[in-house]
Design a protein around this ligand. Structure first.
Ligand SMILES: [Zn+2]
Length: 376
């Protein structure tokens, strides 16, 4: 019963499409979709392959996914070769099994099965697939969505196949993601001998209180969908030499803020600048704005998805916005509603990434039920 979805997942895993390379994964999908009457528009930019495929008209659902994967990591820790898919005791192993070749296979087979039964369905079914979700993403959905936006393309429902489930398939779906902002801060002092502190100015000492306050900053209290905005210091170093008798001339501090839509990046930057001034720190700071937060208020798609999940698993999912960013943010302005739902996230990006084959089948059935509910 599950051979189709398993075969397709295996076929995709066997292609080592390390981000942003696609290496032919999308061609497999394109050929299958073409045989079902989909119009295909390839939108490749530099090293990244993307395609937009659609059939039908009227109310629309878009399945959003990526064919790239992260590298295998330490090969010695893999019990099966990462790019030769292997099924052991009902579990499929291989890089991308969960994130997200498995769910791409589930989407595609769900759509094929739906079209086999309902060739004259209502509505428009579409796929938007990229080969760069895992690296910079600069030539992926970001660029494609800008083109679609220019054309006034409108998506009613967007279903993202990222692995949102936590302990069992269906226990969690996502309706938004936090934003991400990073900073590289340099605090300047005066280099000198540790035995002559009066001739130097120690940037570590003068930033200690600042760092405590920085790590405890509170920006908002969160809301029903988002946890409070959080800051994490990820790296601190002072100079590249290993001597221990030197007061360093500068201190480098890296930190990242995962923020919800209750604050915006300007407010965050302003609060941190004020803290730097309060502590009279001589400094320079550069900011990198990685992602905007988004929230899609639960509506029709969310309810249909929750019902389909419950009917297949007897589980009522919780709705969350935690975890990293996703490509969903680029479709936020094009879509009436975005929901993310996919396989278990417990092995993503790890060695021995794997998925229970029955979960693949269940995910396929859930996606199928969503199509049934929307377009029959
Ligand atoms: Zn992913």
């Amino acid at each position: 019963m599950y051979t189709k979805v398993l075969n397709l997942a295996q076929q995709l895993i066997n292609i080592p499409s390390i981000s942003p390379k696609d290496l032919g994964c999308q061609e497999i999908l394109i050929q299958r979709l073409q045989s079902y009457g989909f119009f295909i528009e390839k939108m490749n930019f530099n090293d990244t392959n993307n395609f937009w495929a659609w059939r039908g008209s009227g109310k629309s659902i878009t399945f959003l996914g990526h064919t790239d994967v992260v590298p295998a990591g330490n090969l010695l820790n893999w019990t099966t070769p990462p790019f030769i898919s292997t099924v052991k005791n009902g579990v499929l192993f291989g890089r991308g099994a969960v994130d997200m070749k498995g769910s791409i296979a589930a989407m595609l087979i769900a759509v094929e099965n739906f079209l086999n039964k309902n060739p004259n369905h209502h509505g428009r079914i579409s796929f938007l697939i990229t080969s760069d979700e895992e690296s910079t993403g600069k030539n992926g959905i970001k660029k494609v969505s800008a083109i679609l936006k220019k054309r006034n393309e409108r998506i009613n429902y967007c279903l993202v196949g990222e692995p949102t489930s936590e302990k069992v398939l269906g226990d969690c779906i996502k309706n938004g993601r936090r934003g991400s902002l990073s900073a590289e801060l340099k605090i300047y002092g005066k280099q000198g001998h540790v035995a002559y502190p009066n001739l130097a100015h120690n940037p570590i000492h003068c930033s200690a209180l600042f760092l405590v306050e920085l790590s405890n900053l509170s920006f908002d209290k969160g809301n029903d969908f988002f946890e409070p905005t959080k800051i994490q210091i990820s790296k601190i170093f002072s100079g590249k030499n290993y001597t221990t008798n030197m007061i360093p001339g500068e201190l480098n501090v890296f930190f990242n803020i995962r923020f919800n839509p209750l604050v915006d990046e300007k407010v965050i930057i302003n609060i941190i600048n004020k803290l730097l001034i309060k502590h009279s720190l001589q400094h320079s700071i550069s900011w990198k704005y990685y992602a905007k937060p988004f929230l899609s208020v639960p509506n029709n798609l969310c309810h249909i998805l929750m019902t389909s999940i419950y009917n297949n698993t007897r589980i009522t999912p919780v709705i969350k916005t935690n975890g990293g960013t996703s490509d969903g943010r680029f479709l936020f302005n094009l879509s009436d509603e975005i929901v993310e739902f996919g396989l278990l996230s417990s092995t993503i990006h790890q060695t021995n990434e794997c998925v229970n084959v029955l979960d693949l089948l269940q995910l396929q059935n859930i996606y199928y039920d969503v199509l049934n509910a929307l377009f029959l």
